[in-house]
Design a protein around this ligand. Structure first.
Ligand SMILES: [Zn+2]
Length: 333
């Protein structure tokens, strides 16, 4: 979920309600109709429902009613399985809505988000069956925190976005190809998390070209189990990788999760140091980079090797952990 959620969650924990069955939804609506202050007090609603085709009409009736009874919502999480295509609640006024997380198709979301002037964070799943992302026609300049599929990035993201998380969604297209379709340089993005594939040699170069001012970068490998752990990764091209890092002149933290490796012999810490030294530059040290973490052979928590390389007082130090615990890799899980 986009980061804004945690900020709000602390403030409004008492006013959050999770609805996980259709019966929950119906009883929520009935109580709120009888006791309006019950719905008015809600600021965070998390609706996660699996519905059969026979239950769709009931959902169509009760979901808009539920939203109409919770006018003070700041956070709405809406996950309907299978994904829902409905416009019946698009115009319900939710004047304080700031965060939306949903798996609705983007065609359904477009009319809903287009009338939310206070929306700050958007966390959305697959687009749906459309050739062009329907959100590309919607004005969401006020949204500064976005998580969306890479396939939709050119349509959804705009200059002014500060935090971005991009999920891989289409096997046939490299993540860097989606980034190269961005119509503008996103000079305001400073936090980026992006899925990459092992064969995407241009991923870091594409990031440097389109988001040159990022300070915090997480690269999450999106690999099928068929990809061999020894297959080449983008950083195995040392020169290209180092030169792209040098172009990210404000980068402070780089974190990578991969089922592959840094390309060194397991346990050879000297070789790992050499790799990291090349990344941060020897003759021309990177001006801002101060922390690198690579979780190698990362197929599940408690597996793999964590290699950390950090700079304090001008000198770099390494730390290597075999089988990291959940806390150490929580930012990458
Ligand atoms: Zn889309």
């Amino acid at each position: 979920m986009v980061s804004t959620r945690s900020k709000y969650r602390r403030d409004i924990e008492d006013d959050m309600r999770r609805i996980s069955t259709l019966e929950n939804l119906i009883s929520f609506v009935e109580i709120a109709m009888y006791k309006p202050e019950y719905g008015v007090a809600m600021t965070h609603l998390d609706v996660a429902l699996s519905v059969s085709s026979a239950q769709r009409d009931t959902l169509q009736r009760y979901l808009p009613a539920c939203l109409a009874l919770t006018p003070n919502l700041a956070i709405l999480e809406l996950t309907i399985t299978p994904p829902f295509t409905s416009f019946s609640f698009a115009r319900i006024p939710l004047p304080y809505l700031e965060v939306v997380k949903s798996n609705l198709t983007h065609r359904s979301l477009a009319p809903f988000v287009s009338v939310r002037p206070r929306l700050q964070a958007l966390d959305i799943a697959a687009c749906g069956r459309t050739r062009k992302c329907p959100l590309s026609t919607v004005y969401v300049q006020q949204v500064t925190d976005i998580r969306c599929p890479l396939a939709c990035v050119a349509g959804v993201v705009h200059d002014g976005v500060e935090r971005l998380q991009l999920d891989h969604s289409r096997f046939a297209t490299l993540p860097s190809t989606f980034l190269s379709k961005l119509p503008v340089v996103l000079g305001t993005v400073y936090v980026l998390t992006v899925d990459f594939t092992p064969d995407d040699d241009s991923i870091l170069r594409a990031i440097a070209a389109h988001m040159p001012h990022i300070r915090d970068l997480k690269l999450i490998e999106y690999a099928s189990s068929l990809v061999h752990k020894h297959a080449a990764r983008p950083w195995h091209n040392h020169a290209g990788w180092s030169s792209a890092l040098q172009r990210l002149t404000q980068l402070e933290q780089l974190v990578i999760r991969t089922s592959g490796s840094l390309g060194t012999v397991a346990g050879d810490h000297g070789a790992k140091r050499d790799v990291f030294c090349r990344w941060v530059g020897l003759a021309h040290p990177h001006p801002t980079l101060r922390y690198i973490m690579v979780w190698q052979h990362a197929r599940s928590v408690h597996r793999g090797v964590l290699s950390e390389w950090s700079r304090a007082d001008g000198s770099w130090k390494g730390k290597w952990t075999v089988t990291p615990d959940a806390d150490q890799v929580s930012m990458l899980s």
